[in-house]
Design a protein around this ligand. Structure first.
Ligand code: 4AZ
Length: 269
């Protein structure tokens, strides 16, 4: 099972290798292969019922997701690379990665933002339609007009089962941390053209130490009680001056709303 997790990590590293090339060509700083939550503390899905494990068919967690309605889960587009509705499961109410509790639901449809190519180009958002309602409380997602959530210094909460240090082991238990939103100008300073302000928002301490990491991708960035971002990428984890990068959900909330409203016909499933 751990081999599977490593395979996913390798995939993520390969996926970001292309991004690194782009960044080397276009920006002074290279983007290293990104690597759950560094810093912070353990928590439970009881405390955060909207946090979902995205797993393979054998229920090995490889990404996070957020329940936004009984049958809709928001995650990262890059988490769905190579996946099909048959290859993934959404697990709610399972605090531990190796748990067998909670609710395992199959996926009827995967919508990936049609513009998505690689994390450093933006559009890193996907919506999964579940085959059955998830009996856990969803969280609201940000409205397109609610751009004040990204004011620099605003406290954001991240959650996930990812590694607790760069190149470290995945966490058995759900973890959470709070990180301040970083200004677009500062994030541009960190990542150059890899930072697409229209589609991304950064969060992290200038001194590092607290961050999302490998395996946290697709999980929530919650600001003011609403889903405001999706864990997407970053250079390593918890490094000084290299904040985590999240999909800027205000940009995509119209598209997400359309997906949340749509019910797949039987032939699509
Ligand atoms: C990842 O590979 C990943 N430090 C997630 C978040 C960050 C880096 C990598 C941000 O899933």
């Amino acid at each position: 099972m751990s081999g599977f997790v490593r395979a996913r990590g390798t995939f993520a590293a390969l996926a970001t290798a292309g991004a690194a090339v782009t960044a080397l060509l276009a920006a002074p700083s290279a983007v290293a292969a990104p690597q759950p939550v560094v810093g912070g503390s353990t928590t439970t899905t009881g405390a955060y019922p909207f946090v979902m494990q995205i797993t393979d068919a054998s229920q090995n967690q490889f990404c996070g997701g957020t329940l936004v309605s009984p049958t809709k889960v928001v995650t990262a587009a890059h988490c769905m690379a190579g996946e099909t509705p048959r290859s993934v499961r959404v697990v709610g109410g399972r605090t531990y990665r190796n748990g067998t509790d909670g609710t395992v639901v199959r996926v009827d449809r995967i919508w990936v933002h049609p513009g998505y190519t690689r994390v450093t180009d933006g559009d890193d958002v996907a919506v999964l339609t579940l085959s059955a309602p998830m009996p856990h409380t969803p969280v609201k997602y940000v409205s397109s007009s609610d751009t004040s959530v990204y004011a620099a210094g605003t406290t954001a909460r991240v959650l996930g089962w990812g590694t607790t240090r760069e190149n470290g082991a995945a966490s058995q238990q759900l973890r959470t941390a709070t990180v301040p939103v970083v200004s677009d100008a500062s994030c541009r300073g960190s990542y150059g053209s890899g930072f697409v302000a229209s589609d991304m928002v950064c969060a992290g301490l200038a001194s590092g130490g607290v961050d999302t990491c490998q395996g946290d991708s697709g999980g929530p960035l919650v600001i003011g009680g609403v889903l405001a971002g999706i864990t997407s990428w970053g250079e390593g984890c918890a490094r000084a001056g290299q904040p985590g990068v999240y999909s800027r959900l205000t940009t995509f909330s119209g598209l997400v709303a359309a997906q949340v409203a749509s019910q797949p016909r039987a032939r699509d499933t």
